[in-house]
Design a protein around this ligand. Structure first.
Ligand code: ADP
Length: 174
């Protein structure tokens, strides 16, 4: 399935797709890093829809995902998923990160998304080790694609060059 996975070096808000995945926090109210960029460029539609979700279900727990429209971003949807904060590896971080990818892809399938971009969830402020996170992301995406054909393309948009190099190397062994 790796022919449907595309590794990109750049800014996720600039790449046109059906759905952009956001590395959000549990509040869904925006934050720093990619979350900040998505809310800044997407505008108030995203925040308003996140506030409605908060009112209904009180935010989003770690490993889960919710979907909103994408405001001014070049996409139809934003899928907000909450990555785990790295705490040494014994707090189920790996499984929770895997669930971020799986639950985001499930929402994508349910909404007939055919192209989707992921950032490198949890590898910024949440300090998940980059190599380990890349291994989890690639395996989970690859497995999921082999069970479904509605998603034609998954972009992994790496903002930092370290992640870009890690993914490019790792995808060869997939
Ligand atoms: P987390 O709290 O999940 O670690 P961060 O936003 O701090 O979230 O970082 C997640 C990843 O997103 C990091 O690898 C960071 O370099 C990257 N990132 C930051 N801004 C952007 C952007 N505009 N597009 C894509 N990735 C970004």
């Amino acid at each position: 399935m790796k022919n449907r996975i595309n590794i990109i070096h750049g800014d996720i808000t600039k790449v046109a797709v059906d759905a952009i995945v956001n590395a959000a926090n549990s509040s869904l109210l925006g934050g720093s890093g990619v979350d900040g960029a998505i809310h800044r460029i997407g505008g108030k539609q995203i925040l308003e829809e996140c506030q409605k979700i908060r009112a209904k279900q009180g935010g989003c727990s770690v490993g889960n995902a919710v979907i909103t429209r994408a405001g001014n971003l070049p996409a139809r949807y934003v899928i907000h998923t909450v990555g785990p904060r790295w705490g040494g590896g014994k707090q189920n971080e790996a499984e929770l990160l895997r669930y971020c990818y799986l639950n985001s892809l499930t929402l994508a399938y349910d909404n007939n998304v055919s192209t989707i971009s992921f950032p490198n969830i949890s590898t910024g402020v949440y300090k998940f080790p980059k190599e380990y996170a890349a291994e989890i992301a690639l395996q989970t995406i690859n497995e999921s694609l082999s069970n479904d054909s509605t998603i034609k393309q998954v972009n992994i948009v790496c903002y930092d060059i370290d992640n870009y190099n890690i993914y490019n190397k790792m995808i060869q062994n997939l």
